[in-house]
Design a protein around this ligand. Structure first.
Ligand SMILES: [Zn+2]
Length: 312
């Protein structure tokens, strides 16, 4: 469907999908009953959500063999008949995510089945964020929580659900580079270390991101640096929060048996909301464990500053 994409159009679209599509309506309604608790992780507010429906994502097998064996759920040909989409910039389709975390949760796949890669896509990501004030657009790298690493997609959800805005505002930001209406800053004062790109225009933010991308290390066998990205509209343009990663899942990741926990962090977790599909993990997750997860999966202050000094 071809309509101008803005926040009111997306709100109407979500409502119409929920009126027609039983599975999605049931899963969105179930969000009203999910348990939530809030932790203070060294000054960072972190919410924990017990969400049993998300086992499809947190427990997903994302190795190349398992991915190749399943029909791709983001390809138009394989979508449920009730699922409709809105065209965005002719290259993407805006869809309702039938397994939501947010009260308003979208998936935005490329119209073709191409690998999940961020290079050359940041201008799209930022202009989608600029088109949807009140929403946070996010990108999970192929080994950083994307459940379809073989099909390029963004997701988006209502920003007020995340604690991201609060902890980024509380973070001490140091400017690394500034040019053409874009500023790259580093935030290394919180338990989670990240970069922030503020830009007046999507193109200038994207140019700054490409400079950061070239400075980030790529692990052997990977096609791009490991990362999660969250972007949203601001009064002056857009802000992108880039969280570099060094590991996919925590050392204690598992099916919940023994000492393992089914926690597979992606952008939403980095945005301040940890998702636990198992109730016992919800009860057990505390500030010390969240800190351990950040330490294992994300970069240290030194590693972040090394990248910052390599940005040309
Ligand atoms: Zn596909």
């Amino acid at each position: 469907m071809q309509v101008k994409i803005d926040t009111p159009a997306v709100e109407r679209f979500i409502d119409s999908q929920l009126a027609e599509w039983q599975l999605a309506a049931k899963n969105f309604a179930a969000l009203d009953g999910v348990k939530v608790k809030t932790l203070d992780v060294d000054g960072m507010p972190i919410k924990v959500q017990f969400n049993p429906a998300r086992i499809v994502s947190s427990g997903a097998k994302v190795d190349a063999k398992a991915v190749a064996a399943r029909p791709c759920f983001l390809c138009a040909a394989n979508r449920p008949s009730e699922q409709s989409g809105l065209d965005w910039h002719e290259r993407y389709t805006v869809l309702v995510n039938p397994f939501p975390i947010f009260p308003r949760h979208l998936t935005v796949p490329d119209t073709s089945h191409v690998d999940q890669r961020i290079a050359g896509r940041m201008a799209d990501m930022l202009s989608l964020a600029a088109d949807l004030p009140g929403y946070t657009v996010f990108y999970n790298g192929p080994r950083c929580g994307a459940s379809a690493p073989d099909h390029m997609h963004f997701q988006a959800g209502n920003s007020d659900f995340l604690t991201l805005g609060d902890f980024v505002a509380a973070a001490e930001l140091r400017t690394v580079k500034e040019s053409d209406g874009a500023r790259l800053s580093v935030a290394d004062s919180l338990p989670l270390k990240f970069f922030v790109i503020d830009a007046a225009k999507p193109e200038s933010g994207a140019a700054m991101f490409e400079r950061l991308l070239r400075a980030m290390p790529v692990q052997e066998g990977d096609a791009e640096p490991m990362m999660n990205i969250l972007a949203y509209a601001t009064a002056d343009g857009t802000r992108a929060v880039v969280v570099p990663r060094k590991r996919h899942r925590p050392s204690f990741y598992g099916d919940g048996s023994g000492d393992t926990m089914m926690i597979s962090p992606a952008s939403v977790d980095m945005g301040g909301v940890f998702i636990t599909p198992l109730e016992k993990d919800f009860e057990r997750l505390d500030a010390a464990l969240v800190k351990k997860i950040f330490d294992e999966l994300c970069l240290s202050k030194n590693e972040i500053n090394e990248i910052a000094s390599d940005v040309k």
